[in-house]
Design a protein. Structure first.
Length: 191
């Protein structure tokens, strides 16, 4: 009986170690890496999920952290490396629609800081103004060393926006008390 129990325990632990060792995760048909590296900094996948609008899947998003957490306030307030990866999954997404959605998200997450952030939000939107096509991948990487959000599209750095306050508002779009999508928030937190 002990041998059977030991074998069963071994097989279960082997199954879990195999799953956690996989290099990618599949979310709504999109391959999401479990780790990403930006400027020689490696971050771990915290969670991933899809964003839908009007029954249409528009993008798959993943949250990468240097210190995994399920606490949205901790993540927003953390001055550590982190990144959001967004892969566009619909040809219906345009730069105009994406920037409008970002505007709405910033209005919800920035609160009383909105007017102070407005010039940087406008600068951020210009970095998203190139045409967008299905399978485009955006990485919004926060670098705590110079407190900037780096906007990367298809592995090309488009620019960076300064300010820890901007980072908090940006990540708050998906993680604040008023996220753009509550289900996506839970997926990003790994809940």
């Amino acid at each position: 009986m002990k041998k059977i129990l030991l074998l069963l325990t071994f097989l279960i632990s082997l199954q879990f170690s195999t799953v956690s060792a996989q290099a990618t995760l599949e979310v709504n048909g999109v391959t999401v890496p479990r780790k990403i590296e930006v400027q020689n900094k490696t971050m771990q996948l915290n969670g991933a999920g899809g964003r839908s609008k009007m029954w249409l899947e528009v993008y798959v998003q993943a949250l990468y952290l240097s210190q995994l957490s399920q606490d949205p306030k901790f993540i927003i307030d953390s001055d550590t490396e982190m990144a959001i990866r967004i892969e566009i999954t619909s040809s219906m997404v345009s730069s105009n629609k994406l920037t409008k959605a970002m505007n709405t998200g910033f209005e919800k997450s920035a609160g009383s800081n909105l007017e102070e952030l407005r010039p940087r939000i406008e600068q951020f939107k210009t970095l998203l103004s190139d045409p967008i096509t299905e399978k485009d991948v955006f990485v919004l990487w926060y670098n705590p060393f110079d407190q900037t959000v780096n906007v990367i599209k298809n592995e090309v750095v488009k620019g960076k926006i300064p300010g820890f306050d901007f980072k908090k508002a940006l990540f708050g779009i998906w993680l604040s008390d008023k996220p753009v999508d509550e289900t996506l928030k839970k997926h990003l937190l790994g809940i």
